[in-house]
Ligand binder design. Sequence first.
Ligand SMILES: Cc1ncc(C[n+]2csc(CCOP(=O)(O)OP(=O)(O)O)c2C)c(N)n1
Ligand SMILES: [Mg+2]
Length: 320
Amino acid sequence: MRLRDFPEEELFLQGSAACQGCPGSAALRVAFKALGRETILCVIASCTSVLQSPFPVSALNLPTLNMAFATGGATASGLTAAADRLVARGTFKEKPTILVWAGDGGTYDIGIQALSGAAERNTDFIYVCYNNEAYSNTGTQRSGATPYAAWTSNTTRGKDEWRKDVAQIMVAHGVPYVATASLAYPTDMYRKFAKAKEIKGTRYIEIQAPCPPGWKFPSAHTIKVARMAVQSGMWMLYEHEGGKTTYTAGTQRIIQGQSKLLPVEEYLRAQGRFRHLFSPEKDEERIGEIQGRINHIFETLQFTHKMKEHIMDIELAPPR
Ligand SMILES: Cc1ncc(C[n+]2csc(CCOP(=O)(O)OP(=O)(O)O)c2C)c(N)n1
Ligand SMILES: [Mg+2]
């Protein structure tokens, strides 16, 4: 699928109340194109509650429920059960896609219990976490998704803890599909949504969503920062199904040795939320810690990739 092949119909309409350069609205646009009109949307308290515009107008051209913070998994469970009933009764010809759209605060911290319960029951829905790495709507407070050393309004010298990884927590639930996505790789994102649509059971997609006001970079740089996140290894693109993880797009190219890791310093320098790592003097220790973790992960993946190629060579070698 190329960009020019995306459906023309816009289900995320112009005139939303989003900030300039908002990653959430760009992600909604791509997701809606891939999922299509037969979708029921459940929005969890977040920037998306606000950017859809104040009642009675809405930029969301899909049936939408706005729900409380902790309720994503529980609401989806009710919606999907009701949809199954309406299909059985013949009211719906086909079951619509049930889509929950939540922020990282509403997923990593506040909604994880309901999400975990729904995933354990393999509830039939798609859960999207658009991860702007903070509680952005209320003024950029830290969340469980905020990366190490990042400024937020309550980690003013940089967060002391490393972020947790909810995509991997979802992999551990054994759900049929888990994927990560990036705005800088829209065809990869589209493909993952289109694939998720065809799968039954709990599907989890997490999109990294660089937030210009929260991360403190110019609003024209959203896609550039998203791309640098993948190129530097700070955000990894993959999908996990049938017990197997496949790395995709920019991340795959780094693992296969077709492109080099961008030094993480360049990614950090592009954002004001890491300014304290460079001024008044350079914090070599914390920058080194971040780079060290990335190197360790990619060295391991590159080694595994080479070993697999080597094993394939042996298997494919003709008998002597
Ligand atoms: C129980 C509850 N506590 C607090 C709030 C206020 N609140 C609304 S949105 C939000 C931030 C949500 O953060 P996140 O889930 O990361 O979404 P983002 O704003 O970043 O899009 C908060 C704290 C609320 N709506 N409900
Ligand atoms: Mg957030």
